[in-house]
Design a binder for this molecule. Sequence first.
Ligand SMILES: [Zn+2]
Length: 164
Amino acid sequence: MKAKNPKKPQAQCVPAWADAPGAACICDRCKRPLRVADRRREDSAPFRLAKEPKGECPDCVMTAFLYNTYPLNLQLDQTGPQLLLNPMIRDAFLMSGILDKCDLTIDEINWQRVVDNWNLPVEIAKKDPRNPYRMGDENRRKEAMREAGLDDDNLSLSMFGGRQ
Ligand SMILES: [Zn+2]
């Protein structure tokens, strides 16, 4: 069976199988202790358990997904990650069915940890045409406006006013 979005990087959550079921390791991103899973489904998507004692924990895998998924990333950048603590987020994931064929269940996600670790480095998928937004774009845009002495409301007026 093919992954839903074969071009999307297959983020790996809890470690693995093969030679090392039960082997101890830590999350590459948040350094949380993990263990290699006993088995995995090979067609699990959009996330899959790792085979080796390396990878990221469910919280960090979810974070990378949110950073790389438009327009969720734009919305979260505007509101701040605290939005994720709203129970409607869990419901939205369940309703979307995105985890229906995935080893990861939504209840494995600790949203408080996702929020607490939000600013740790996240791998950003390069040149994905479905994701025109990069985290921080909104802040950079506002910053540029402030430096230019403009804000969103008077931009159009200023532009017209400057025209001779
Ligand atoms: Zn982690």
